[in-house]
Ligand binder design. Structure first.
Ligand SMILES: [Zn+2]
Length: 421
């Protein structure tokens, strides 16, 4: 070791001496670039994209490969790469001879940032193979405060719009009504950013955890594989509740259905005429708490004729529910309610013959029978799994809680918290 250091020192001294001694500039050595498995320095590198209506033989012709050779290439590689499937707008690279012939030697068709096909015809043996670049995952965090919309909050920070899609249409699709977001609603995310060559972003991996504050209420989401047989991970909240929620079967506990949804019901109150009953009546004593059957936003809370005191909750673009004849309403318009939250109490206001709640279920602005709807099933987590779940989310929850919100529009709050998981 000492010998090596001594030797290096001598070399360095000589090098320094030489530098001082000579005024002549030494030519800069070109950096050696390896890509697609080739030393690019050995070729003339042509980067281009497939033009509309252009085919493989035209590209080859332009790059000085004569037709019989093109035909041989196309035939040899057809099982790996069908040149007829080349799409206009797809980038490609040609490695050509550096001499005056500038003849193409290798054709690289870049299907995506991650995948490409190499067609090598520089020797008599023609080869073609598909390559998938190794993708690195970097755990990132993001946060934002809603001023106009979720997509604005995401886009203004230069974050991937895929994050908007994942939050609105997947993770919270059943929990939060994204068309009714409120100002100052906020979110935090822990997700995987995918890179190739360590620096080029090529997409989003999985969203590991999310937090959404909607109408002042916290909604945590943690991706977890609760069912090892199905092997489909789901999002659960901080209490191990599946975020894909089913509606509650009924809006009151300990009740019975006194009248079902019935489009041809005859009713004495209206002179025994057919009077469709588009609700489901749940009989219960006056004062029994009425619960919202799913998460949503209160869109109506008032007294009106036959309905009496009623509350209407919008759950998402598809579903709304309505609760009639309340003795007392406790939910205000604009209020965010969670499944099971009390929104009023059973009464006899409006047209009723006894204490009950008339529960109306709206799907795409039409009243339907909730008991006949195929609603998305939420698979509850088995109790035996819960301890490992709570252990799993502990650090993720701490990380989420520690994420700060951007203070101005230009602040990007996306620090890397770990490298290459
Ligand atoms: Zn009714």
């Amino acid at each position: 070791m000492k010998k090596i250091i001594a030797l290096l020192t001598i070399i360095l001294i000589i090098a320094c001496k030489n530098e001082k001694a000579t005024t002549q500039e030494t030519p800069i050595k070109p950096t050696i670039v390896f890509e697609y498995g080739y030393r690019l320095n050995d070729f003339k590198v042509i980067n281009d994209t497939i033009r509309a209506g252009e085919n493989f033989s035209e590209i080859m012709d332009r790059n000085h490969v004569e037709y019989p050779k093109v035909l041989e290439i196309v035939t040899k590689i057809k099982d790996t790469f069908n040149v007829r499937r080349m799409k206009s707008g797809t980038p490609y690279t040609i490695l050509a001879k550096k001499d005056s012939t500038e003849k193409a030697q290798v054709f690289i068709y870049k299907t995506s940032q991650v995948r490409y096909t190499v067609v090598d015809f520089k020797d008599s043996i023609i080869t073609a193979y598909n390559v998938k670049k190794p993708v690195q995952k970097v755990i990132k965090t993001a946060s934002g405060v809603i001023k106009t919309s979720l997509s604005d909050a995401i886009d203004n920070q230069g974050l991937s719009s895929y994050l908007t899609y994942k939050m609105a249409d997947d993770i919270y699709a059943w929990t939060i009504d994204f068309s009714r977001l409120q100002k100052k609603d906020k979110f935090k995310l822990i997700y995987e950013q995918l890179y190739i060559n360590d620096t080029i972003p090529v997409g989003i991996g999985e969203i590991k955890a999310a937090y959404f504050e909607h109408g002042g209420k916290p909604f945590y989401a943690f991706k977890f594989l609760a069912d090892s047989t199905l092997k489909i991970p789901d999002y659960f909240d901080d209490e191990a509740t599946n975020l894909r929620r089913q509606f509650l079967k009924m809006p009151v506990k300990f009740s019975r259905i006194s009248s079902r949804y019935n489009l041809s019901r005859r009713i004495a109150y209206y002179g025994n005429k057919i009077r469709a009953h588009k609700g489901t009546d749940f009989a219960a004593p006056v004062g029994t708490p009425i619960m919202s059957t799913a998460n949503g936003t209160v869109v109506e809370s008032r007294y009106k004729g036959g309905n009496g005191n009623y509350v209407k909750v919008r759950h998402n673009a598809t579903y709304s529910t309505q609760y009639l004849h309340m003795s007392k309403r406790v939910a205000k318009v604009g209020q965010v309610v969670k499944q099971g939250d009390v929104i009023g109490y059973v009464g006899m206001t409006g047209n009723t013959s006894g204490p009950h709640v008339c529960y109306r279920f709206w799907k795409n602005n039409k009243q339907v029978d909730p008991l006949k709807q195929k609603l998305p099933a939420a698979e509850p987590m088995k109790n035996a799994i819960k301890p490992s779940y709570f252990k799993f989310i502990e650090s993720l929850k701490n990380e989420l809680d520690a994420i700060t919100y951007p203070t101005s529009k230009n602040d990007i709050s996306t620090p890397d918290i770990a490298l290459k998981s």
